[in-house]
Design a protein around this ligand. Structure first.
Ligand code: NAP
Length: 240
């Protein structure tokens, strides 16, 4: 935690912070003074992001874990409660894209992994961190979605269905907390963004033709700087 910046004194947890949109968001929040807790499975990649944050004058803590292990989420919440006693910002960013396939041929292990990562981990994060978000002066939850959560597309059902479920959990949580706490939620659709997930979905695409994750990270920081109403939806423009 640093003394300067718009998020000075605030604690932010970013899931999927080892690469892509999560890593860029963690760096952007730390640059504004937040102490950022970085989670993902790849410890070395998390350490590299942590080092980049420190090199830029920010502070961060890594918490390597697999979000499909619900006990790990509970342990992290306990650790955050003991060390900081609150959580100002929760960025639910980690996600997986199951192999594209017709509904009739969906690979069940892949679908179960997407359900566990995109949906069940979201519920566990909201459940375990809700008390800490309420203890913050202005707890905020940002969840990364896709337009496919509301627009069916052939062969994308595993991803679209689990992201739709994730959106519903976050939106319902936002309504449930709206009048009884200061917690606010927002759903951010990053649009096409230059990450490993995008490259896997569109292997023939020139990565330079889609925007960098930093564009999304800046949009998330801009949103967090506003007094946005709970339930806000933001689509990040296609700036490359
Ligand atoms: P990405 O580059 O594939 O990164 C995904 C992140 O999630 C990684 O840090 C990964 O870390 C983490 N993760 C995956 N499974 C995990 C697990 N079981 N436990 C803990 N961490 C896990 O993806 P991205 O493109 O940045 O996507 C970020 C978010 O934006 C996702 O929710 C995605 O649905 C959404 N989105 C992306 C695009 C796009 O064009 N890129 C478009 C629309 C929506 P480890 O592998 O180290 O665990």
């Amino acid at each position: 935690m640093t003394d300067t910046g718009a998020f000075a004194g605030q604690v932010a947890l970013v899931t999927g912070a080892s690469r892509g949109i999560g890593a860029a968001t963690a760096l952007a929040l730390a640059a504004q003074g937040a102490h950022v807790i970085l989670t993902a499975r790849d410890t070395k990649a998390l350490e590299a992001i942590e080092e980049a944050i420190h090199a830029a004058g920010g502070t961060a803590t890594i918490a390597p874990m697999d979000l499909t292990e619900q006990d790990a989420i509970a342990r992290l919440a306990t650790a955050v409660a003991e060390r900081w006693g609150k959580l100002d910002v929760l960025v639910i960013n980690a996600g997986v894209l199951p192999t594209l396939s017709p509904v009739t041929d969906l690979n069940l292990p892949g679908l179960n992994k997407a359900i566990a990562t995109n949906m069940l981990a979201t519920q566990a994060l909201l459940s375990r961190f809700d008390p800490l978000l309420r203890k913050a002066p202005s707890g905020r939850v940002i969840a990364l979605t896709t337009h496919l959560a509301r627009n069916a597309r052939a062969f994308w059902s595993g991803y679209a269905a689990t992201k739709a479920a994730q959106e519903m959990l976050v939106e319902c949580y936002g309504q449930e907390t709206a009048n009884i706490s200061k917690v606010r939620v927002a759903i951010v659709d990053p649009g096409a963004t230059r990450t490993a997930m995008r490259a896997r979905a569109y292997p023939g695409e020139d990565p330079k033709s889609v925007k960098a994750p930093e564009v999304v990270a800046d949009a998330i920081v801009d949103l967090l700087l506003q007094e946005f109403p709970s339930g806000t939806r933001l689509t990040v423009n296609p700036k490359v």
